[in-house]
Design a protein around this ligand. Structure first.
Ligand code: ATP
Length: 276
């Protein structure tokens, strides 16, 4: 399917009269309103390769395609989306590979930063002073999301940005229905039991997706090595990816169901340890 047809299929979903259609319409409305308020030059996307921002990226690419067509902006086939990625201390190589593929597929102008969220946003503000608003793929069930609405300005001594949350009211099931119905590519780790992705230090396959009672000895299957050691990072900004170990995805696929099989949404983060 050509990229523009894929985006039109996404836009058409907003007219479908079901739960997912309603969610898509609501998210596209929030994105359209942000585009009308700020214009695309003042908007950036926060993207770390996770499932929620993968949904958001696809929605944004579709909305931007339509907005550019309506406003007769040239180059509506290649979105060129300013994007911020704050890399964790020891990222999964599969996630970095997926981010690199997304850069290609969606024309992301990716700015890759390490360090704390606050320092990263400060650096982003200094480097791109024109950016006033950032799309964030947070959902109501996520930590610290209870009091958020579609748009919230950063407060306190955080760098000033309007945070925009088009998928705020999406459920875990909505996310998977969208990715699967539209055949949007997502990170391979979600096919082998991971349901939410942090760094290799703090993220395991979700125990709720274990296929059968443990008839397997964990050590024989390398499960004790799932938290792989960090690899050295020396990266400038702008798309620098370091090679790292390949995980044994086929072993994991034998042991764990894919993320979309998780029934109890409250267990979405059961494979996540404390943030590092
Ligand atoms: P998952 O929960 O499966 O890892 P996700 O990363 O998309 O998916 P969250 O971890 O809940 O979702 O994060 C919410 C949103 O915050 C992301 O969708 C993304 O927009 C933004 N975000 C979180 N961490 C980062 C990061 N390190 N760099 C850039 N954006 C981020």
């Amino acid at each position: 399917m050509s990229p523009s047809i894929q985006l039109q299929t996404c836009l058409a979903l907003a007219d479908v009269n079901d739960e997912l259609g309603k969610r898509v319409k609501e998210a596209l409305d929030v994105i359209d309103s942000a585009l009308d308020t700020y214009g695309e030059e003042k908007i950036s996307l926060s993207f770390n390769g996770g499932k929620d921002c993968t949904v958001l990226l696809h929605l944004y690419a579709a909305a931007l395609y339509r907005w550019r067509t309506r406003h007769e902006v040239e180059g509506n086939g290649s979105p060129h989306i300013p994007t911020i990625y704050i890399a964790p201390p020891s990222p999964f190589s599969e996630l970095e590979d997926f981010i690199a593929e997304s850069v290609e597929k969606y024309g992301l102008q990716l700015y890759r930063i390490t360090g704390t969220m606050k320092n990263a946003l400060e650096e982003y503000k200094n480097t791109f002073p024109a950016v006033e608003a950032i799309f964030v793929g947070i959902r109501k069930g996520d930590p610290h999301a209870e009091r958020l609405s579609y748009m919230n300005e950063t407060d306190g001594d955080w760098p000033r940005f309007m945070r925009i949350h088009p998928v705020l009211y999406w459920s875990y099931a909505d996310v998977w229905a969208f990715l699967r119905r539209l055949e949007v590519p997502y990170c391979v780790l979600y096919d082998v039991g991971y349901t939410s992705l942090g760094s290799t230090y703090n993220t395991h396959p979700n125990p709720a997706l274990r296929r059968s009672p443990a008839t397997t000895h964990e050590d024989e299957h390398g499960l004790t090595n799932l938290n792989r050691p960090a690899h050295p990072h020396t990266h400038p900004n702008f798309i620098a990816f370091t090679p790292s170990q390949t995980p044994d995805l086929s072993t994991l696929a034998h042991l764990y169901l894919p993320a979309y099989e998780l029934e109890d949404e409250s267990l979405e983060r059961a494979g996540r340890g404390p943030a590092t």
